[in-house]
Unconditional design. Structure first.
Length: 566
């Protein structure tokens, strides 16, 4: 039969947890410690019955089982998303487990702490203190705690992880070793063969049944302070009346409170606040924000460490090859962006030419938007080039979409597929990539930057990568975006010398270039803040899947979204 005192302690723990003793005794608590409904008294109510069963059947294996339990629990935290879930701020209001995740997940850690405490108690309660075994355990716990600390494991009270268990065991063992040493040197007594020393017996019978003594000591002290608070106030009043008749402790307390309130009001006024309550609310918000940032940093560091360990284990040749290909791709993209964003007219040689190289910007700024549109179209029509004038709002939406999805593929029909959708048509896939250029010196930094959309055949890009020859370049000039609200677009088709003769021909017709420009505008001129129709939603899905879910990208849906009107 279990010991009567253990059952009494279990009853105290359950009652304290259920009726909220932690609140009435002003015991410090926070949601991030144990959860919304959970508290430490409920943890005691779960741990104690388990300890009674283990102590009845395996009394000599508590230390080994405690270490094994804490190590197993740490392995679970390190190899599963459990730690990140516990440390995150998200809580499902409809799940009792999510609301009390800290208290539930820390149960193995607190059970391990209690088991290590019982291991010490098996020989500490005897007449012989077993100083050698106590010293040996203290050294082992401190060495293990130092080892996991060097390894990078941080103690967490919310999770009661391995580092926290070892630190608690090391601290308590060292404390008991010091206490036992002092007791042996200065408190002489005649050992009793069948019972524990007087002080240990009193502690075991009158404290809540948590073996690490430092956990429940503040709670019991809080109970006793409140029990004798009224007597203490009466005593202070009597002593004060003897020293200064007519002035009570309450008067002094009220004066101090008024003085403190004045300082708080001055502090609130200094910070531009209207009241002390607003100052207190501001302080609470700052503290909550600080704690939230600390929790996020801890969770991020823990997740990064777990991700690094997981990546280190995946050492297969296939994984390394994929990682190498990804690094090479990023290097190519960065090199292309660097070349396109280089300042100066020399860096914009080739198909991407600065606006000032073929247009008098100062002169055209004096014209109205209508005249600018006509002049820009006439200039390029006479030279057989593609052109357009885009409103600033439309260009801003296109840039916003391009920042999220800088690359895409578009189908280019080779036998009038756009005019006859029922025809058995062939398509050539064109790979496009957005590149953002340096802003003109006359434009503020808050405006969208100029850009170039580079088109090349997908087969050419797969074969030559960064050395692939461009087939079409759409350049967007933003010199007039602030003064006129316009963005000038110019399309340059690449010219290539034929193998049969010295004749220079364009790699695609103007009609094909216009079709590519129209398709690009359909996919990138989307206002994501508004409700999208079916076709806009389909284009958004295609852009997203191309970058994030390539296996779900559908060629049939791409053809439908590219050429269907609406």
């Amino acid at each position: 039969m279990a010991d009567w005192h253990a059952y009494k302690a279990e009853k105290e723990a359950f009652v304290a947890g259920q009726v909220g003793t932690s609140v009435r005794t002003e015991y410090p608590e926070h949601v991030t410690e144990y959860g919304v409904h959970w508290n430490f008294f409920l943890t005691l109510g779960v741990v104690i019955p388990i300890l009674d069963v283990l102590q009845a059947y395996l009394p000599q294996s508590m230390g080994i089982m405690g270490v094994a339990l804490s190590v197993t629990y740490e392995v679970v935290l390190s190899t599963t998303p459990l730690a990140a879930w516990v440390l995150s701020d998200t809580r499902d209001a409809g799940s009792i487990v999510s609301l009390n995740k800290e208290g539930l997940t820390s149960l193995p850690g607190y059970l391990a702490i209690a088991m290590l405490g019982l291991d010490i108690g098996t020989f500490l309660r005897k007449a012989d203190y077993a100083m050698t075994r106590l010293t040996w355990r203290a050294c082992v716990y401190w060495v293990l705690y130092a080892a996991v600390a060097v390894w990078g494991l941080v103690a967490s009270r919310r999770m009661a992880n391995l580092s926290y268990v070892l630190w608690t065991a090391a601290f308590n063992t060292l404390f008991l070793l010091c206490f036992t040493t002092l007791h042996t040197l200065w408190m002489r007594y005649e050992p009793r063969a069948t019972s524990a020393p007087i002080l240990f017996d009193w502690i075991n019978r009158h404290s809540l049944p948590v073996r690490p003594m430092r956990v429940h000591a503040p709670m019991r002290a809080a109970l006793r302070v409140r029990m004798y608070a009224n007597n203490a106030d009466s005593l202070l009043d009597r002593l004060t009346n003897e020293a200064a008749p007519g002035e009570t402790v309450e008067d002094k307390r009220r004066a101090k409170f008024d003085q403190y309130s004045q300082k708080l009001a001055a502090k609130a006024q200094e910070r531009g606040l209207s009241s002390v309550e607003e100052l207190a609310q501001k302080h609470r918000e700052e503290q909550e924000m600080k704690k939230k940032l600390e929790r996020e940093e801890l969770a991020r560091a823990y997740a990064n460490r777990v991700a690094a360990e997981t990546a280190a284990k995946q050492g297969s040749v296939e994984e390394r090859d994929r990682a190498l290909q990804e690094r090479l791709r990023l290097q190519r993209e960065q090199e292309e962006a660097r070349k396109l964003q280089a300042e100066g007219e020399d860096a914009m040689s080739g198909p991407v030419k600065p606006l000032s190289s073929f247009l008098d910007v100062a002169k055209i700024e004096k014209e109205s938007p209508e005249n600018i549109t006509k002049l820009w179209a006439s200039y390029h029509t006479m030279r057989g080039k593609l052109s357009a004038v885009i409103p600033a709002e439309t260009y801003a939406r296109m840039v916003d979409t391009a920042r999220k999805y800088p690359q895409f593929v578009l189908p280019l029909p080779k036998n009038d597929a756009a005019a006859d959708e029922s025809a058995d048509s062939a398509f050539e896939m064109q790979f496009l990539q957005w590149a953002f250029l340096a802003r003109p010196p006359t434009v503020s930094s808050t405006t969208p930057p100029p850009s170039a959309v580079l088109f090349t055949s997908l087969a050419e890009y797969k074969l030559r990568q960064e050395f692939a020859q461009m087939s079409l370049v759409l350049t967007h000039y933003t010199e007039l975006i602030e003064s006129k609200g316009l963005v000038l677009m110019r399309g340059d088709v690449t010219e290539r010398q034929t193998a049969e003769s010295d004749e220079v021909k364009q790699v695609m017709a103007q009609k094909e270039a216009q079709l590519l420009a129209l398709c690009a505008q359909r996919f990138y001129n989307v206002d994501w803040s508004k409700t999208l129709d079916a076709q806009d939603e389909l284009r958004r899905e295609l852009l997203h899947n191309f970058h994030h879910h390539p296996t779900q990208f559908s060629l049939e849906k791409l053809l439908e979204a590219s050429f269907q009107l609406g």
